[in-house]
Design a protein around this ligand. Structure first.
Ligand SMILES: [Zn+2]
Length: 206
């Protein structure tokens, strides 16, 4: 009698535990995919991000239609990921969209905008510049601290920048791997560049 009760108790507890667990996992799972026909604030956020990155999809009205679809396809093609027009985890992370940050970029009155980008580091060394060792940056400036490689579709070449944790800089270089919301910061030597590593930072574009 007693052991029967205990078994039931254990069963109930484990059932509660398992269902709580699966519920938590569901909550932690990635945001639902966005595709043609999706609506809501997640679509507004997607549209704003696409517009800010130069993939114009019209007013951010929260309705995923033809314009948004085309913008997503264009972005996916440029980014070299599967161009299916569906915003799943890969497209989301390549775009820099995340569920915790409601907006990655905002335009202020003066035309100054701030955005969150992934920043990596490089230096003038052979390892960092293979096969263009010894060449100046895209705009002709010598490679040194303050020179930043950008995707010109996201940040226009020649823009003055302020990068959190790095300082004032100029968008004067480009790189094959620098696409979308990704910038590459030039440091004076390889040690400094590698100790920067890879981080998300706030950039102000003037
Ligand atoms: Zn280097």
């Amino acid at each position: 009698m007693r052991s029967k009760k205990l078994i039931i108790f254990v069963l109930v507890i484990s059932f509660v535990f398992i269902s709580t667990l699966s519920h938590t996992q569901k909550a932690l799972a990635a945001e639902p995919n966005l595709y043609w026909g999706s609506r809501g604030t997640a679509v507004v956020q997607l549209q704003q991000t696409l517009n800010n990155q130069g993939y114009w999809c019209g007013n951010a009205d929260g309705i995923f239609g033809a314009k948004t679809y085309n913008a997503v396809i264009n972005f996916q093609r440029k980014a070299g990921i599967t161009a299916d027009g569906i915003v799943g985890p890969q497209t989301r992370s390549t775009l820099g969209l995340s569920s915790s940050t409601p907006s990655t970029s905002q335009v202020s009155r003066g035309g100054v905008r701030t955005m969150t980008v992934l920043a990596t580091g490089y230096c003038p060394c052979a390892k960092c510049n293979w096969p263009f060792v010894g060449q100046p940056s895209y705009l002709g400036y010598p490679l040194k601290k303050g020179i930043v490689a950008v995707d010109p579709k996201v940040i226009p070449m020649g823009s003055r920048l302020y990068i959190e944790g790095y300082g004032a800089a100029i968008a004067a270089d480009q790189g094959g791997a620098i696409k979308g919301n990704h910038i590459d910061l030039c440091f004076s030597n390889h040690k400094e560049a590698s100790s920067w590593g890879m981080k998300y930072v706030k950039v102000t574009v003037y």
